[in-house]
Design a protein around this ligand. Structure first.
Ligand code: PLP
Length: 417
Protein backbone atom coordinates (compact mmCIF):
# COMPACT_ATOMS: atom_id res chain seq x y z
CA UNK A 1 0.00 0.00 0.00
CA UNK A 2 1.07 3.56 -0.69
CA UNK A 3 2.58 5.20 2.41
CA UNK A 4 1.02 8.65 2.35
CA UNK A 5 2.54 11.47 4.39
CA UNK A 6 0.50 13.34 6.96
CA UNK A 7 0.47 16.54 4.92
CA UNK A 8 -0.19 14.58 1.73
CA UNK A 9 -3.05 12.76 3.36
CA UNK A 10 -4.57 15.98 4.62
CA UNK A 11 -4.46 17.66 1.22
CA UNK A 12 -5.55 14.67 -0.85
CA UNK A 13 -8.31 13.13 1.26
CA UNK A 14 -11.84 13.78 0.11
CA UNK A 15 -12.21 17.09 1.89
CA UNK A 16 -15.60 18.74 2.22
CA UNK A 17 -14.95 21.22 -0.55
CA UNK A 18 -13.63 18.55 -2.90
CA UNK A 19 -16.66 16.31 -2.34
CA UNK A 20 -19.01 19.19 -2.87
CA UNK A 21 -17.28 20.49 -6.02
CA UNK A 22 -17.17 16.95 -7.39
CA UNK A 23 -20.85 16.49 -6.67
CA UNK A 24 -21.75 19.82 -8.27
CA UNK A 25 -19.53 18.99 -11.25
CA UNK A 26 -21.21 15.62 -11.80
CA UNK A 27 -24.66 17.11 -11.43
CA UNK A 28 -23.80 19.66 -14.11
CA UNK A 29 -22.21 17.20 -16.55
CA UNK A 30 -24.14 13.95 -15.92
CA UNK A 31 -27.45 12.89 -17.45
CA UNK A 32 -30.13 15.48 -16.76
CA UNK A 33 -27.54 18.24 -16.50
CA UNK A 34 -29.50 20.28 -19.02
CA UNK A 35 -32.38 20.54 -16.54
CA UNK A 36 -30.19 21.66 -13.61
CA UNK A 37 -30.73 25.15 -12.27
CA UNK A 38 -27.24 26.09 -11.16
CA UNK A 39 -27.29 28.44 -8.20
CA UNK A 40 -24.22 26.71 -6.80
CA UNK A 41 -20.99 27.99 -8.31
CA UNK A 42 -19.01 31.18 -7.88
CA UNK A 43 -18.16 31.69 -11.53
CA UNK A 44 -18.54 35.18 -12.97
CA UNK A 45 -21.56 35.76 -15.20
CA UNK A 46 -21.15 35.76 -18.97
CA UNK A 47 -21.61 39.51 -19.55
CA UNK A 48 -21.58 40.10 -23.33
CA UNK A 49 -19.99 43.58 -23.13
CA UNK A 50 -17.18 42.14 -21.01
CA UNK A 51 -16.66 39.07 -23.19
CA UNK A 52 -16.41 41.43 -26.15
CA UNK A 53 -13.51 43.25 -24.46
CA UNK A 54 -11.56 40.00 -23.96
CA UNK A 55 -12.07 39.04 -27.59
CA UNK A 56 -10.89 42.48 -28.69
CA UNK A 57 -7.81 42.29 -26.47
CA UNK A 58 -6.91 38.82 -27.82
CA UNK A 59 -7.29 40.12 -31.37
CA UNK A 60 -5.00 43.06 -30.54
CA UNK A 61 -2.44 40.66 -29.12
CA UNK A 62 -2.67 38.36 -32.15
CA UNK A 63 -2.05 41.31 -34.43
CA UNK A 64 1.34 41.68 -32.76
CA UNK A 65 3.14 38.37 -33.38
CA UNK A 66 6.13 39.32 -31.25
CA UNK A 67 3.86 39.72 -28.27
CA UNK A 68 2.11 36.39 -28.78
CA UNK A 69 5.43 34.58 -29.10
CA UNK A 70 6.59 36.15 -25.87
CA UNK A 71 3.40 35.42 -23.92
CA UNK A 72 3.25 31.80 -25.02
CA UNK A 73 6.92 30.97 -25.36
CA UNK A 74 8.74 32.54 -22.43
CA UNK A 75 8.71 31.83 -18.68
CA UNK A 76 8.00 34.92 -16.60
CA UNK A 77 9.99 35.59 -13.45
CA UNK A 78 8.22 33.90 -10.50
CA UNK A 79 7.08 37.29 -9.20
CA UNK A 80 5.17 37.94 -12.44
CA UNK A 81 5.75 39.98 -15.58
CA UNK A 82 7.72 43.16 -14.72
CA UNK A 83 5.49 45.23 -17.01
CA UNK A 84 2.30 43.90 -15.40
CA UNK A 85 3.62 44.45 -11.88
CA UNK A 86 4.52 48.04 -12.79
CA UNK A 87 1.07 48.56 -14.28
CA UNK A 88 -0.56 47.23 -11.10
CA UNK A 89 1.57 49.44 -8.86
CA UNK A 90 0.95 52.52 -11.03
CA UNK A 91 -2.80 51.86 -11.11
CA UNK A 92 -3.07 51.64 -7.31
CA UNK A 93 -0.80 54.68 -6.87
CA UNK A 94 -2.93 56.70 -9.24
CA UNK A 95 -6.38 55.49 -8.19
CA UNK A 96 -5.95 55.03 -4.46
CA UNK A 97 -2.85 57.04 -3.65
CA UNK A 98 -1.01 54.00 -2.31
CA UNK A 99 2.72 54.48 -1.91
CA UNK A 100 3.78 51.23 -3.62
CA UNK A 101 6.10 50.08 -6.41
CA UNK A 102 6.38 46.85 -8.39
CA UNK A 103 8.48 45.48 -5.51
CA UNK A 104 5.26 45.35 -3.49
CA UNK A 105 3.49 43.22 -6.12
CA UNK A 106 3.63 39.45 -6.59
CA UNK A 107 1.57 37.58 -9.18
CA UNK A 108 0.22 34.11 -8.35
CA UNK A 109 -1.75 31.38 -10.08
CA UNK A 110 -5.07 32.84 -8.91
CA UNK A 111 -6.33 34.08 -5.56
CA UNK A 112 -6.77 30.55 -4.27
CA UNK A 113 -3.07 29.81 -4.79
CA UNK A 114 -2.16 33.18 -3.24
CA UNK A 115 -3.99 32.19 -0.07
CA UNK A 116 -2.33 28.79 0.07
CA UNK A 117 1.04 30.54 -0.15
CA UNK A 118 0.19 33.28 2.35
CA UNK A 119 -1.42 30.98 4.91
CA UNK A 120 1.52 28.58 4.68
CA UNK A 121 3.89 31.52 5.09
CA UNK A 122 2.13 33.05 8.06
CA UNK A 123 0.14 30.43 9.89
CA UNK A 124 0.20 27.06 11.57
CA UNK A 125 -1.37 25.40 14.60
CA UNK A 126 0.74 27.52 16.98
CA UNK A 127 0.17 30.87 15.20
CA UNK A 128 -3.30 30.67 13.73
CA UNK A 129 -4.82 32.66 10.93
CA UNK A 130 -7.61 34.52 12.72
CA UNK A 131 -10.90 34.79 10.88
CA UNK A 132 -13.01 37.43 12.65
CA UNK A 133 -16.31 36.22 11.19
CA UNK A 134 -17.77 32.82 10.33
CA UNK A 135 -19.10 32.21 7.68
CA UNK A 136 -15.98 32.82 5.60
CA UNK A 137 -14.81 31.73 2.12
CA UNK A 138 -15.05 27.94 1.66
CA UNK A 139 -11.83 27.87 -0.37
CA UNK A 140 -9.72 28.62 2.72
CA UNK A 141 -11.21 25.74 4.71
CA UNK A 142 -8.87 22.90 3.83
CA UNK A 143 -5.75 24.94 3.19
CA UNK A 144 -2.62 24.50 5.27
CA UNK A 145 -0.42 21.44 5.40
CA UNK A 146 -1.47 20.69 8.99
CA UNK A 147 -4.86 20.95 10.72
CA UNK A 148 -5.71 23.71 13.17
CA UNK A 149 -4.71 26.59 10.89
CA UNK A 150 -7.70 28.83 11.64
CA UNK A 151 -9.15 30.45 14.71
CA UNK A 152 -12.61 31.54 13.63
CA UNK A 153 -15.13 33.62 15.56
CA UNK A 154 -18.90 33.80 15.75
CA UNK A 155 -20.18 37.15 14.48
CA UNK A 156 -22.77 39.38 16.08
CA UNK A 157 -26.01 39.14 14.16
CA UNK A 158 -28.10 42.24 13.57
CA UNK A 159 -31.66 41.33 12.57
CA UNK A 160 -33.10 44.01 10.30
CA UNK A 161 -36.84 44.30 9.62
CA UNK A 162 -38.71 41.07 8.90
CA UNK A 163 -36.40 39.48 6.38
CA UNK A 164 -32.90 40.97 6.48
CA UNK A 165 -29.84 40.54 8.65
CA UNK A 166 -26.18 41.51 8.82
CA UNK A 167 -23.06 40.12 10.47
CA UNK A 168 -20.71 42.32 12.48
CA UNK A 169 -17.33 41.55 14.06
CA UNK A 170 -17.85 40.71 17.73
CA UNK A 171 -14.94 42.77 19.02
CA UNK A 172 -15.70 41.87 22.66
CA UNK A 173 -14.87 38.24 22.02
CA UNK A 174 -12.20 38.58 19.33
CA UNK A 175 -9.01 36.73 20.26
CA UNK A 176 -5.93 37.74 18.26
CA UNK A 177 -3.37 36.46 20.77
CA UNK A 178 -0.42 34.80 19.02
CA UNK A 179 -2.05 35.25 15.58
CA UNK A 180 0.01 34.72 12.42
CA UNK A 181 -2.39 36.99 10.51
CA UNK A 182 -5.95 38.27 10.53
CA UNK A 183 -7.92 37.64 7.34
CA UNK A 184 -11.26 38.74 5.95
CA UNK A 185 -12.83 38.59 2.50
CA UNK A 186 -14.42 41.95 1.65
CA UNK A 187 -17.02 41.60 0.19
CA UNK A 188 -17.39 38.29 1.97
CA UNK A 189 -18.07 35.12 0.07
CA UNK A 190 -20.64 33.69 1.03
CA UNK A 191 -22.60 36.37 2.91
CA UNK A 192 -22.18 39.44 0.70
CA UNK A 193 -21.15 41.32 3.84
CA UNK A 194 -18.86 44.31 3.40
CA UNK A 195 -16.99 45.12 6.56
CA UNK A 196 -17.43 48.85 7.23
CA UNK A 197 -14.43 51.18 7.01
CA UNK A 198 -14.57 51.61 10.79
CA UNK A 199 -14.68 47.87 11.46
CA UNK A 200 -11.75 47.30 9.09
CA UNK A 201 -9.73 50.12 10.65
CA UNK A 202 -10.37 48.71 14.14
CA UNK A 203 -9.37 45.20 13.05
CA UNK A 204 -6.23 46.55 11.42
CA UNK A 205 -5.28 48.43 14.60
CA UNK A 206 -5.75 45.27 16.65
CA UNK A 207 -3.64 43.27 14.20
CA UNK A 208 -0.95 45.97 14.37
CA UNK A 209 -0.98 45.81 18.17
CA UNK A 210 -0.54 42.03 17.91
CA UNK A 211 2.32 42.53 15.42
CA UNK A 212 0.71 40.52 12.62
CA UNK A 213 -0.44 41.34 9.07
CA UNK A 214 -4.01 42.21 8.13
CA UNK A 215 -4.99 40.24 5.03
CA UNK A 216 -7.91 41.49 2.95
CA UNK A 217 -9.26 39.28 0.17
CA UNK A 218 -10.56 41.63 -2.53
CA UNK A 219 -11.67 38.93 -4.99
CA UNK A 220 -14.89 40.96 -5.50
CA UNK A 221 -13.51 44.24 -4.17
CA UNK A 222 -12.33 47.63 -5.37
CA UNK A 223 -11.02 48.83 -7.70
CA UNK A 224 -11.58 45.69 -9.80
CA UNK A 225 -14.00 43.95 -10.29
CA UNK A 226 -15.66 46.41 -7.89
CA UNK A 227 -18.69 44.26 -7.03
CA UNK A 228 -19.54 46.40 -4.00
CA UNK A 229 -22.99 47.95 -3.76
CA UNK A 230 -22.60 49.93 -0.57
CA UNK A 231 -20.43 52.96 0.26
CA UNK A 232 -17.13 51.48 1.43
CA UNK A 233 -13.58 52.67 0.87
CA UNK A 234 -10.84 50.40 -0.42
CA UNK A 235 -8.54 49.30 2.40
CA UNK A 236 -5.90 51.90 3.27
CA UNK A 237 -2.33 50.87 2.44
CA UNK A 238 0.60 50.40 4.74
CA UNK A 239 3.31 47.80 5.14
CA UNK A 240 1.23 45.72 7.51
CA UNK A 241 -1.51 45.11 4.94
CA UNK A 242 -1.62 42.16 2.59
CA UNK A 243 -4.15 42.76 -0.17
CA UNK A 244 -5.11 40.00 -2.54
CA UNK A 245 -6.77 40.67 -5.90
CA UNK A 246 -7.76 38.37 -8.73
CA UNK A 247 -8.65 38.67 -12.40
CA UNK A 248 -11.24 35.90 -12.01
CA UNK A 249 -14.34 37.88 -11.09
CA UNK A 250 -13.48 40.43 -13.73
CA UNK A 251 -14.34 37.59 -16.09
CA UNK A 252 -11.00 35.80 -16.57
CA UNK A 253 -11.03 32.79 -14.19
CA UNK A 254 -9.52 30.65 -16.95
CA UNK A 255 -6.31 32.66 -16.94
CA UNK A 256 -5.63 31.83 -13.24
CA UNK A 257 -4.19 35.18 -12.24
CA UNK A 258 -3.93 36.45 -8.68
CA UNK A 259 -2.18 39.57 -7.41
CA UNK A 260 -0.71 40.04 -3.95
CA UNK A 261 0.13 43.57 -2.78
CA UNK A 262 2.20 43.50 0.38
CA UNK A 263 5.43 44.61 2.02
CA UNK A 264 8.48 43.98 -0.15
CA UNK A 265 9.46 41.08 2.09
CA UNK A 266 6.10 39.34 1.85
CA UNK A 267 5.91 39.94 -1.92
CA UNK A 268 9.40 38.48 -2.34
CA UNK A 269 8.58 35.43 -0.24
CA UNK A 270 5.34 34.79 -2.12
CA UNK A 271 7.29 34.95 -5.40
CA UNK A 272 9.88 32.50 -4.03
CA UNK A 273 7.08 30.08 -3.15
CA UNK A 274 5.66 30.42 -6.68
CA UNK A 275 9.03 29.27 -8.03
CA UNK A 276 9.00 26.20 -5.77
CA UNK A 277 5.42 25.25 -6.57
CA UNK A 278 5.17 26.08 -10.26
CA UNK A 279 8.32 27.90 -11.49
CA UNK A 280 6.33 30.78 -12.93
CA UNK A 281 2.76 31.96 -13.49
CA UNK A 282 0.44 31.87 -16.42
CA UNK A 283 1.07 35.16 -18.19
CA UNK A 284 -1.97 35.35 -20.48
CA UNK A 285 -4.18 37.21 -18.01
CA UNK A 286 -1.37 39.62 -17.23
CA UNK A 287 -0.86 40.33 -20.94
CA UNK A 288 -4.61 40.86 -21.50
CA UNK A 289 -5.20 43.15 -18.53
CA UNK A 290 -1.87 45.02 -18.12
CA UNK A 291 -2.56 47.61 -20.85
CA UNK A 292 -6.13 47.98 -19.51
CA UNK A 293 -4.69 49.00 -16.15
CA UNK A 294 -2.49 51.59 -17.90
CA UNK A 295 -5.38 53.03 -19.94
CA UNK A 296 -7.84 52.87 -17.04
CA UNK A 297 -10.19 50.63 -19.04
CA UNK A 298 -10.10 47.85 -16.41
CA UNK A 299 -11.50 50.28 -13.88
CA UNK A 300 -14.12 51.92 -16.09
CA UNK A 301 -15.27 48.45 -17.17
CA UNK A 302 -15.63 47.53 -13.51
CA UNK A 303 -17.48 50.74 -12.62
CA UNK A 304 -19.70 51.12 -15.66
CA UNK A 305 -20.48 47.53 -16.61
CA UNK A 306 -19.55 44.90 -14.02
CA UNK A 307 -20.71 46.56 -10.81
CA UNK A 308 -24.10 47.72 -12.19
CA UNK A 309 -24.68 44.29 -13.72
CA UNK A 310 -24.25 42.42 -10.44
CA UNK A 311 -26.04 45.05 -8.40
CA UNK A 312 -29.05 44.78 -10.65
CA UNK A 313 -28.93 40.96 -10.54
CA UNK A 314 -28.76 41.11 -6.75
CA UNK A 315 -31.84 43.32 -6.49
CA UNK A 316 -33.74 41.20 -8.98
CA UNK A 317 -32.90 37.94 -7.18
CA UNK A 318 -33.94 39.47 -3.85
CA UNK A 319 -37.27 40.55 -5.34
CA UNK A 320 -37.88 37.13 -6.90
CA UNK A 321 -37.08 35.49 -3.57
CA UNK A 322 -39.49 37.77 -1.68
CA UNK A 323 -42.27 37.02 -4.19
CA UNK A 324 -41.64 33.26 -4.12
CA UNK A 325 -41.25 32.87 -0.34
CA UNK A 326 -44.01 35.24 0.80
CA UNK A 327 -44.65 34.87 4.52
CA UNK A 328 -45.12 31.10 4.55
CA UNK A 329 -42.09 30.42 6.76
CA UNK A 330 -39.48 32.48 8.60
CA UNK A 331 -36.43 33.47 6.57
CA UNK A 332 -33.81 36.18 6.42
CA UNK A 333 -31.33 37.20 3.72
CA UNK A 334 -28.01 38.86 4.54
CA UNK A 335 -27.76 42.42 3.20
CA UNK A 336 -26.21 41.96 -0.23
CA UNK A 337 -23.52 44.61 0.03
CA UNK A 338 -21.31 42.96 -2.59
CA UNK A 339 -20.15 39.75 -4.34
CA UNK A 340 -22.36 37.36 -6.36
CA UNK A 341 -24.54 35.63 -3.75
CA UNK A 342 -27.70 35.71 -1.69
CA UNK A 343 -27.00 34.25 1.76
CA UNK A 344 -30.21 32.77 3.07
CA UNK A 345 -30.87 32.06 6.76
CA UNK A 346 -33.75 29.74 7.67
CA UNK A 347 -33.96 30.01 11.48
CA UNK A 348 -36.65 27.32 11.83
CA UNK A 349 -35.42 24.87 9.23
CA UNK A 350 -36.36 21.42 10.61
CA UNK A 351 -33.52 19.64 8.75
CA UNK A 352 -29.85 20.53 8.16
CA UNK A 353 -28.72 22.54 5.13
CA UNK A 354 -26.95 19.51 3.62
CA UNK A 355 -30.16 17.51 3.62
CA UNK A 356 -31.95 20.47 2.09
CA UNK A 357 -29.21 20.59 -0.58
CA UNK A 358 -29.90 16.91 -1.43
CA UNK A 359 -33.64 17.49 -1.62
CA UNK A 360 -33.20 20.47 -3.91
CA UNK A 361 -30.73 18.62 -6.11
CA UNK A 362 -33.31 15.86 -6.56
CA UNK A 363 -35.56 18.61 -7.94
CA UNK A 364 -32.87 19.93 -10.31
CA UNK A 365 -31.90 22.93 -8.19
CA UNK A 366 -28.26 23.25 -7.15
CA UNK A 367 -27.23 25.46 -4.22
CA UNK A 368 -24.34 25.35 -1.75
CA UNK A 369 -25.20 24.16 1.78
CA UNK A 370 -24.05 26.79 4.26
CA UNK A 371 -22.25 24.63 6.80
CA UNK A 372 -19.13 24.37 4.61
CA UNK A 373 -18.47 28.04 5.33
CA UNK A 374 -18.25 27.55 9.11
CA UNK A 375 -14.76 26.12 9.63
CA UNK A 376 -12.06 26.81 12.20
CA UNK A 377 -14.58 27.30 15.02
CA UNK A 378 -13.75 25.80 18.43
CA UNK A 379 -14.02 22.02 18.57
CA UNK A 380 -17.52 20.87 19.46
CA UNK A 381 -19.05 24.18 18.40
CA UNK A 382 -22.73 23.47 18.06
CA UNK A 383 -24.10 26.78 16.84
CA UNK A 384 -27.45 25.98 15.17
CA UNK A 385 -26.95 28.86 12.70
CA UNK A 386 -24.30 26.74 10.93
CA UNK A 387 -26.93 24.33 9.66
CA UNK A 388 -29.55 26.95 8.77
CA UNK A 389 -27.97 28.76 5.82
CA UNK A 390 -27.67 28.35 2.05
CA UNK A 391 -25.62 30.22 -0.53
CA UNK A 392 -27.38 31.05 -3.79
CA UNK A 393 -25.59 32.51 -6.81
CA UNK A 394 -27.47 35.24 -8.64
CA UNK A 395 -25.19 35.46 -11.67
CA UNK A 396 -27.47 33.10 -13.64
CA UNK A 397 -30.32 34.20 -15.91
CA UNK A 398 -33.51 35.62 -14.44
CA UNK A 399 -35.48 32.57 -15.58
CA UNK A 400 -33.10 30.14 -13.87
CA UNK A 401 -33.17 32.13 -10.64
CA UNK A 402 -36.97 32.40 -10.72
CA UNK A 403 -37.57 28.70 -11.36
CA UNK A 404 -35.04 27.67 -8.73
CA UNK A 405 -36.48 29.95 -6.06
CA UNK A 406 -40.04 28.85 -6.79
CA UNK A 407 -39.08 25.19 -6.39
CA UNK A 408 -37.16 26.05 -3.24
CA UNK A 409 -40.21 27.85 -1.84
CA UNK A 410 -42.37 24.75 -2.44
CA UNK A 411 -39.84 22.50 -0.70
CA UNK A 412 -39.52 24.91 2.23
CA UNK A 413 -43.29 25.32 2.63
CA UNK A 414 -43.66 21.52 2.79
CA UNK A 415 -40.81 21.23 5.30
CA UNK A 416 -42.16 23.93 7.58
CA UNK A 417 -45.74 22.58 7.60
N1 PLP B 1 -11.43 34.60 -2.56
C1 PLP B 1 -12.75 34.59 -2.65
C2 PLP B 1 -13.53 35.29 -1.60
C3 PLP B 1 -13.39 33.90 -3.69
O1 PLP B 1 -14.72 33.89 -3.75
C4 PLP B 1 -12.60 33.24 -4.65
C5 PLP B 1 -13.25 32.48 -5.74
O2 PLP B 1 -14.41 32.15 -5.72
C6 PLP B 1 -11.21 33.28 -4.53
C7 PLP B 1 -10.66 33.98 -3.48
C8 PLP B 1 -10.28 32.59 -5.45
O3 PLP B 1 -10.50 32.85 -6.77
P1 PLP B 1 -9.35 32.67 -7.88
O4 PLP B 1 -8.42 31.58 -7.41
O5 PLP B 1 -10.10 32.28 -9.11
O6 PLP B 1 -8.66 33.99 -7.98
Amino acid sequence: PLRISKAGNRLSTATGIFELMDDLGHAMTGPGAGRMRMLGGGAPAAIPAVQEVWRRRLAEMLADPGQVDKVLGVYDAPSGSPAFRSSVAACFRRELGWDITEANVAVTAGGQAAFFQLFTLLGDATQPIVLPIAPEYIGYADQGAAPGLFRTHHPKIEEIGDHDFKYHVDFDNLDLSGAGAVCISRPTNPSGNVLSDTELARLTDLARAEGCPMVVDNAYGQPFPGAIFTPASPPPWDDQMILVYSLSKLGLPGTRTGVVIASEEVARRVAAMTAVIGLANNNTGQAIVGPMLDSGEALTLSRDVIRPFYEQRAQLARQILADAFGDAFPYRVHLTEGAFFLWLWLPELPIGSRELYERLKARDVLVVPGDYFFFGLPEGDDWPHRRQCLRLTFSQSEQTVREALEIMAEELRALHD
